[in-house]
Design a binder for this molecule. Structure first.
Ligand code: KG4
Ligand code: ZN
Length: 369
């Protein structure tokens, strides 16, 4: 059965030509109808997620977060891929059920293609391809970091362009400038570890479970930033967090040699100090980007944008530097399919469809939107 909008059987299009046909005809039809439903899939790391987005607004967003990695200090790729296989179909079913629509109403399937863990991406993308093919609707590949920024366009008020955004996740730390929904320019990036990695690796040294970011955030609320850690000094808008990781390791070794209970005795202050230096480092470069570009709509996105100190720091800076701050709701900070669906919607409007031979990419340039 082909999707009702595809009209493929009526035109007698052969299988190998379907994709070309989909790219040219369906979209115009549905854009004219102005009722666009996107089914979105996200499986780039350890969250299996599906969402339904209607005309750019989120109807449902189901996330199944894998707990199997908690004691490993990081995501185990092989385990992540296997768990996605178990959860992907129930999660999609639930997203469609919660959206209160029928499968026949879906106009396109959007899916994260990268960057991420290859085995994890493959599960989501293969499922998306199968659904697009069997329902006769377009496939839309989405860049994971683009999706994180697009989380800002899920709720009103949306940012105005140009929009400056700090994207901070477990694998990336980027300052980007967005000139429209689909045009992104990278102004700065990390030359080594990501900010989320700095949180997670510190957590591992402190004996906290993975992901440590939210735990450090909570513990920091009960502590004070009394320990000083060095900040990397790079001249441009780039970041570096690997030196901080080493400094924390030597600091802990030194203190533990004097007091074997140093970590448990001072865990809240250690967390507050680490969070303080990470947030300050992130904000310093973001402020540099704001003052050098003069952009007045500025946001944060990605898993680390759930951090309470970073959220507060952006609000404080907006008063001092006179810009409009944009902070996504918590559910759209860490990995979720809603942000993929919103991105998919704006790509749909531009008819940016993909062929069914689309391949997942572990590494992916943001220019490859
Ligand atoms: O965007 P995300 O869910 O996945 C990736 O694309 O990597 O980001 C996950 C990262 C992890 O490093 C996690 O520790 C961090 O986001 N994170 C936080 C907080 N919540 C999640 N870091 C600091 N404070 C938080 N509240
Ligand atoms: Zn992410």
């Amino acid at each position: 059965m082909y999707h009702k909008d595809a009209n493929i059987s009526q035109n007698g299009v052969r299988c190998k030509n379907i994709y070309f046909f989909l790219n040219t005809t369906i979209s115009l039809d549905n854009i004219a109808k102005k009722e666009i439903y996107i089914l979105a899939i996200e499986s780039s790391c350890d969250d299996t997620s599906a969402a339904v987005v209607h005309n750019g607004k989120v109807l449902s967003n189901v996330v199944s977060s894998q707990t199997e990695h908690i004691n490993f200090g990081g995501v185990v790729p092989e385990v992540a891929g296997r768990q996605h296989i178990l959860y992907i179909l129930p999660v999609i079913d639930e997203a469609i059920r919660q959206a209160g629509i029928s499968k026949e109403e879906i106009n396109a399937v959007a899916c994260t293609v990268g960057p991420g863990l290859l085995g994890s991406l493959m599960v989501g993308l293969s499922t998306a391809k199968s659904l697009a093919m069997s329902w006769g609707i377009p496939l839309i590949g989405v860049h994971h970091m683009h999706a994180h920024v697009m989380a800002h366009f899920a709720d009103d008020p949306i940012p105005s362009f140009p929009f400056l955004c700090l994207i901070v996740s477990g694998g990336h730390t980027l300052i980007i400038k967005m000139d429209d929904f689909l045009t992104v320019q990278v102004l700065g990036t990390t030359i080594d570890d990501a900010a989320g990695e700095a949180f997670d690796k510190t957590g591992k040294m402190l004996g906290l479970s993975y992901p440590a970011g939210p735990i450090i955030d909570e513990m920091s609320k009960k502590g004070k930033p009394i320990y000083e850690f060095p900040k990397a000094k790079l001249a441009n808008l780039d970041y570096s967090f690997s030196g901080l990781k080493t400094a924390i390791m030597y600091f802990l070794q030194q203190e533990l040699s004097k007091n074997p209970n140093f970590i448990s005795d001072n865990i809240n202050d250690i967390c507050a100090s680490v969070q303080h230096v990470i947030v300050n480092t992130l904000m310093e470069k973001l402020i540099k980007a704001i003052t050098s570009t003069g952009i007045t709509h500025v946001g944060i996105a990605g898993g680390v944008s759930a951090n309470s100190a970073l959220r507060q720091a952006l609000i404080d800076a907006s008063i001092k530097y006179n810009f409009t701050p944009h902070i996504p709701r918590f559910a759209y900070c860490t990995d979720n399919a809603a942000m993929v669906g919103v991105t998919g919607y704006y790509k749909y409007l531009e008819r940016r469809f993909d062929q069914l031979d689309l391949k997942p990419s572990a590494r992916m340039d943001l220019l490859q939107l």
